[in-house]
Design a protein around this ligand. Structure first.
Ligand SMILES: Cc1ncc(C[n+]2csc(CCOP(=O)(O)OP(=O)(O)O)c2C)c(N)n1
Ligand SMILES: [Mg+2]
Length: 514
């Protein structure tokens, strides 16, 4: 076998079963090897931002890495924004980036660039394989790095001759490290904080927002009177009726400061110290009241569930009853389309066990409360703030979970970064209903213009936030990529078309005119 085949066999042998790809000449031996090796599903993305964003969505739901296949420095560069997002989400990913043959690099052929340097800020580990016989071991190392808690990005650069020259054999899977258990001191400190009698909040993210984590945190809150909050953005939240519902720290700085002002004791579980998304003139970076105490019960790489169990034991809270999101018989909203009405309809119509990929930006600010008691579902958000993640994220989640409906809540401006993901959804027959919010603008930035204190704003500035002239027609765009859909202008039409999308297998797009 050649180096490329030894790598594909190593990937499959280590449980990497999906490769999101956009190949070129330097990756042809990897592509050719796919037909000789059983067990690798290869999914074509028509832009590398789709490839890396889909790998993120896949990793969040499959809880293991996919591979990506990217074409030299430029292919990697096109994928970096969503790799940035994936890194912030602690998603494990193994990037395979083709390069020129080792002896060809010296001539500075057109696609030559410093791939390692481009990869480094967005990778936990970067390596260029030296020769064909090292490729399998390098691949196994990359997988092990990716699977190291909390989940990391490993980038393996494969010069073309390391792919086509003879190799020996695939490399065996390396052992995977488990999440570290937190030490007793962290549990004692958190327990003391919650027993102190001072107003306390437990801030959750990462695994603490899976159903088991929120249940334990809910018991602890019931026992101690602490408030539960989630980070504003979280990789994956298991929520819905019968689960503990956790409010998020608001995104706008003033609201966040106000929400956190009462608390003197913070217990962080998989969450960061609360920080504003941006700095604004005259506003704080840190959101907690000055002098509030911060206790890290478990960080993002540690075993947050075991830590919550130990904390529940320390507080004798295991039997305290958590507050669960009640069953409500909500009807979908009727009348004119508003953000509030859409939230109510989503709460009523979300199918059982759905996966929600949320890049609804300003339209979806208020969706969390009305979907609290929706059928149980997972909610995925953008962890890195780089827009253009939603459609790829939904695509990867659908590949990871073919038995679940994926609902993609997508803002128009964000959609246009990686709209090609719709084609991949059609090609792969993925069960994704996209709700496209067409407000013909970068609406959120209009607020930001005021928030940063910009003055004398005129036509030229406002044109940079406006998506009209010409207006985008997403139903036609989707149809051109093989995805059927419909445009809606009232809530009744929304309810009908959304339900149609949910009922029909395969991709569907509902364009909501705002
Ligand atoms: C890669 C990247 N480029 C630019 C931005 C800045 N940005 C933040 S929000 C936004 C516009 C969002 O518009 P849209 O997706 O239509 O959502 P809306 O605000 O209209 O709800 C932009 C350009 C960003 N976050 N990431
Ligand atoms: Mg918009």
């Amino acid at each position: 076998m050649n180096g490329a085949e030894s790598l594909v066999r190593t990937l499959v042998g280590s449980g990497v079963e999906v490769c999101f790809a956009n190949p070129g000449t330097s990756e042809m031996h990897f592509v050719a090897a796919l037909d000789r090796v059983e067990g690798m599903r290869c999914v074509l993305g028509l832009f590398e931002g789709v490839v890396t964003g889909a790998a993120d969505g896949y990793a969040r739901m499959a809880e293991k890495p996919a591979a990506t296949l990217l074409h030299l420095g430029p292919g990697l560069a096109n994928g970096l924004a969503n790799l940035h997002n994936a890194g912030k989400a602690s998603s494990p990913i193994v990037n395979i980036v083709g390069d020129h043959a080792t002896y060809h690099r010296q001539y500075d052929a057109p696609l030559t660039s410093d791939i390692e340097t481009a990869a480094k800020p967005f990778s936990r580990w970067v390596k260029t394989s030296r020769d064909a016989r090292s490729v399998a071991a390098d691949g196994a190392a990359a997988i092990a790095i990716a699977r190291t808690p909390p989940g990391q990005i490993a980038t393996l650069i494969l010069p073309a001759d390391t792919a086509w020259n003879d190799a020996d054999a695939p490399a065996p899977a390396l052992p995977v490290t488990a999440r570290a258990k937190v030490d007793d001191a962290a549990i004692r400190a958190a327990a003391e904080a919650l027993r102190s009698g001072e107003p306390a909040v437990i801030v959750l993210s990462d695994h603490a927002l899976r159903a088991r984590g929120t249940e334990l945190a809910g018991r602890i809150a019931a026992k101690t009177g602490a408030k539960l909050m989630a980070q504003s953005f979280n990789a994956r939240t298991e929520r819905g009726v019968g689960r503990v519902s956790v409010e998020r720290i608001p995104y706008p700085v003033d609201q966040a400061v106000q929400a956190l002002a009462p608390f003197r004791q913070f217990v962080l579980v998989g969450a960061k110290v609360p920080v504003a998304f941006f700095a604004y003139p005259g506003k704080p970076s840190l959101l907690a009241a000055e002098g509030a105490a911060m206790h890290v019960l478990a960080d993002v790489a540690e075993d947050q569930i075991a830590a919550l169990e130990a904390l529940a034991d320390a507080l004798d809270a295991r039997k305290s009853a958590p507050a669960l999101a009640p069953r409500v018989n909500a009807a979908p909203a009727t009348g004119a389309i508003t953000g509030e009405a859409l939230g109510i309809s989503l709460g009523a119509l979300l199918p059982e066990n759905a996966i929600v990929a949320d890049e609804s930006v300003s339209t979806g600010r208020a969706y969390f409360a009305p979907t609290r008691s929706a059928a149980p579902h997972d909610w995925l958000q953008n962890m890195g703030g780089s827009i253009g993640i939603g459609l790829p994220l939904a695509t990867g989640a659908a590949i990871a979970c073919p038995d679940r409906k994926v609902i993609c809540l997508e803002a128009d401006g964000s959609a246009m970064y990686t709209i090609q993901a719709l084609w991949t959804q059609a090609r792969e027959g993925l069960d994704v209903t996209t709700v496209l919010f067409n407000n013909r603008s970068y609406a959120i930035l209009k607020g930001e213009l005021a928030n940063v204190g910009a003055r004398n704003v005129g036509r030229k500035a406002l044109d940079m936030l406006d998506l009209g002239r010409p207006d985008l027609d997403f139903v036609t765009l989707a149809r051109g990529m093989g995805v059927p859909g419909a445009r809606v202008e009232t809530m009744d039409e929304f309810n009908r078309r959304f339900s149609e999308g949910v009922r029909t297998p395969g991709p569907y797009l509902v364009e909501v005119m705002l």
